[in-house]
Ligand binder design. Structure first.
Ligand SMILES: [Fe+2]
Length: 167
């Protein structure tokens, strides 16, 4: 990689090495794409879920979407604090997100629960994996942000998985 590729586009007084700013900025944009994709998937489920459990699931999926919007704002603003560009357009998110593709519609409420469980789990587990990378790069602020997001996503995943336990 050339030296130029290791410099963030904007100068910052944050005293982390340039290559760290770029590496953490990329991580933040990867996680940003995840959670924005999750937000879209949760709204898709919120709008289209049907059945006897409509009301609680309608509200649960909306709560997931609202949390994802907050996570996205914090991830994007951390990337900018590090001198990087926050890449949150639909096109950028579509190109970068590695979440399972969300169907436009499914045949049951349980299928929507599975869709959102998979999307939430991807977001939580990817953020969890990046905590150590941020900490190893001495960026404790990003590590702390990812830790908070992972904790909140794990909690939402519990709510979703609990609906799938029929026993
Ligand atoms: Fe709504």
């Amino acid at each position: 990689m050339s030296k130029a590729a290791l410099e963030p586009p904007h100068r910052t007084r944050v005293d982390l090495p340039q290559d760290t700013l770029v590496a953490i900025g990329l991580i933040l944009n990867e996680r940003l794409a995840d959670v924005l994709d999750l937000e879209r998937q949760a709204k898709q489920a919120h709008w289209n879920v049907r059945g006897a459990r409509f009301q609680p699931l309608h509200q649960l999926f909306d709560a997931v979407a609202a949390l994802a919007v907050g996570w996205a704002d914090d991830l994007a603003e951390r990337a900018v604090q590090l001198g990087c560009v926050a890449e949150g357009t639909l096109q950028a998110v579509s190109a970068r997100s590695e979440l399972p593709v969300c169907p436009l519609n499914v045949n049951s409420a349980d299928e929507w629960l599975h869709v959102i469980a998979e999307a939430l789990a991807f977001c939580a587990n990817a953020a969890r994996a990046d905590i150590k990378e941020a900490a190893a790069a001495d960026d404790d602020i990003t590590a702390d942000l990812l830790t908070r997001i992972t904790g909140e996503a794990d909690k939402q995943l519990w709510f979703v998985e609990a609906h799938l336990d029929q026993s």
